[in-house]
Ligand binder design. Sequence first.
Ligand code: AMP
Ligand code: TRP
Length: 338
Amino acid sequence: MRIFSGIQPTGSKHLGNYIGAIMQYVSGQERGQALYCIVDLHAITVAYDPAQLRSSLYDLTALLLAAGLDPRRCILFRQSDVVEHTELTWLLCSVTELGRLQRMHQFRDKSTAQRELVSAGLLVYPVLQAADVLAYRAHEVPVGEDQREHLELMRDVARRFNQRFGGGSDVLVVPEHRIPEVGARIMDLQDPTRKMSTTGSSQEGTVYVLDEPKQIEKKIRRAVTDSGTEIARSPEKPGVSNLIEILAVARGASPEQVEREMAGARGYGDLKAATAEAVVELLAPVREGYLERRADEAALEAILCEGAQRAREIAAATLADVRERMGVGAPRRDRSLP
Ligand code: AMP
Ligand code: TRP
């Protein structure tokens, strides 16, 4: 089984990214051949600073290694190092419906928020994301809840490609979405009706993976909760439900176990204290590992280069098949297809 996911090198990663995505990346290394891609080409679809992009890319590489990605057990690489992603994006554009791209939530939200230029890249963003995954014929894509629409699109693109060009065989694999059962949507601690996010949520309501333990404690202790005292999940109690989920994931327990354990608590104060402690325990080693690795950019670069070489071997084989099927480029002498 092959697992693929991509992650943006922008901004600092928060607890939502960590629980919704990064923890799944780490466990994915045990379940199959895992590829993780830092998507710098997606990051250039909105206004950005080139020097900052390079530095954020190393930040994220160091963070992912500190979180437990092991280059001996997964392929960790930078998207722009594997040119097959961009070539496949263009080829897949021919089986992607324009109207569908225009209706994507992310495109609508980001194009309204963009004050200067709404780039064509922003519109084509989901096709690049489809190419990322389809180039590796990956079976499974671990991501948070917010990526559902992008996953549906890439599945449709793969199906349409196979119908149009597959000649009866499946040249591309239609990937499955893997969303964590608990923690697929971590909410802002100050406004638990909104998801925790890099843009648009409050600083006080966002726990960053690299926050110092003291900051983490402060943010969790000040989390907005609801009226009442009962520690149980319910739609009327988004704040408490969010803390229960966070605590459960941080401890490796189920939300039901947490609710049972907290039944005798004196109120939300106990829930917050337990959550703060568990999150500090979860993130403190990541921060330390990050600080140890971040300064050695040459070492980070070496890991990314090696990852790209390995990724490229897989992607190049898919591209050869795709080109052949689409009648693009010189015909292949060896016409055997999967
Ligand atoms: P990004 O930083 O936008 O590349 O997102 C990285 C991953 O984190 C994606 O798989 C998202 O689905 C996931 N993610 C982002 N925000 C949250 C959140 N609040 N809760 C759970 N997962 C999230
Ligand atoms: N769009 C994704 C996000 O914002 C990142 C991403 C790019 C991705 N390519 C991918 C996720 C391929 C999964 C698979 O989080």
